[in-house]
Design a protein around this ligand. Structure first.
Ligand code: AMP
Ligand code: FES
Ligand code: ZN
Ligand code: ZN
Length: 308
């Protein structure tokens, strides 16, 4: 909790007495608007440096959903001096897609950067249609097509890196789920940088050490207009339950989430990857040529079911 009269920790070191407007319990920092924004941006830069995500010479594509995380990420990276264009996939989920697209388009205009838009309905089919045809939960088909088109679009347009807005809460919820199931294959790949390999472009998550709340505050203070409601298919997802549970834990013990995640990266991830066991070999999809573990990739199989 922020005490009413609290002063900004950084301002105090400079002999100033500006009022703090944000308190970050796990970092024990009370900050004014200016110092909160610079704290946030420095934290992103530190994460990029720590994991050697990319350099100022690389062409970066940020995947934007119209939500706070990806728009905040685009904002920070641009302010830090990186060359970043946006990529929005129109999933065709009624009002949700219309509203989120509008936010992404308006934001691109505001920062004066190109935004590429890909329409799923012309590439394959909308998410509601894919859900119906494939008999799979919407989010699972959605994840598959998003990953596929992000990678393909970036490659076809000579981008070198794809950055997504996954935050600490997302990463911790996934880590928690993977640990509950001891899903070693997923745990082995849960790292904020996935190197370029066999047809896959490098993928990075520069907000992996920043909580959803911290991004919300940054977006608010930076006047970023984002879509405030979730995709209608997200309701009831187990990751939401994990997030609620972890939030309760965090409230009682500030810093738990960050520790769980960073200690996994430091202590567990290297052990899991020690043994150089051959992962499932990647081959080229017979139809589209994209990397796949099967002769025909999952998107081409979906396309066959849709009949396109
Ligand atoms: P989500 O899986 O919805 O939590 O989103 C995780 C990240 O994927 C976001 O922060 C974005 O970087 C990216 N993303 C999600 N939806 C889209 C979309 N429709 N178009 C482009 N990127 C997206
Ligand atoms: Fe993909 Fe909700 S955003 S199903
Ligand atoms: Zn200050
Ligand atoms: Zn294919």
């Amino acid at each position: 909790m922020l005490k009413k009269q609290a002063k900004c920790t950084i301002c105090k070191t400079k002999g100033l007495k500006n009022k703090a407007i944000v308190y970050l319990p796990q970092h024990r920092l009370a900050l004014c608007k200016e110092h909160y924004i610079s704290w946030f941006e420095k934290r992103v830069q530190k994460t990029i440096d720590e994991f050697k995500m990319f350099s100022k010479n690389e062409k970066i594509l940020v995947a934007v959903s119209g939500g706070k995380d990806s728009l905040a990420l685009w904002n920070v990276l641009t302010k830090l001096g990186y060359k970043v264009d946006g990529f929005y996939i129109n999933l065709g989920i009624g009002e949700y897609s219309q509203d989120s697209k509008e936010k992404a388009v308006n934001f691109a205009r505001k920062i004066n950067r190109p935004l590429h838009i890909l329409d799923l309905s012309t590439e394959i089919a909308t998410i509601p249609k894919l859900k119906e045809i494939s008999n799979r939960p919407a989010c699972s088909a959605c994840g598959t097509v998003k990953r596929y088109y992000m990678n393909k679009f970036a490659k076809d347009n000579s981008y070198e890196v794809i950055a997504t807005g996954h935050n600490l809460d997302d990463e911790v919820a996934v880590l928690f789920g993977n640990t509950l199931r001891w899903d070693i294959d997923y745990l082995k790949r849960q790292y904020p940088v996935l190197k370029e390999e066999e047809g896959f472009i490098k993928k990075v998550k520069p907000l992996c050490k920043i909580t959803e709340k911290e991004t919300a505050i940054y977006s608010f203070l930076s006047d970023i207009d984002y879509i405030e409601y979730e995709c209608p298919f997200a309701e009831g997802a187990s990751s939401i339950e994990y997030k609620e549970f972890l939030a309760k834990l965090e409230e009682k013990h500030p810093g738990t989430k960050l520790q769980f995640y960073t200690n996994f990266l430091k202590r567990m991830y290297p052990i899991l990857n020690e043994e150089k066991k051959e992962d499932k070999k990647l081959i080229k999809c017979k139809i589209c040529g994209e990397p796949s573990t099967n002769e025909i990739c999952s998107v081409c199989r979906l396309k066959q079911r849709v009949g396109v």
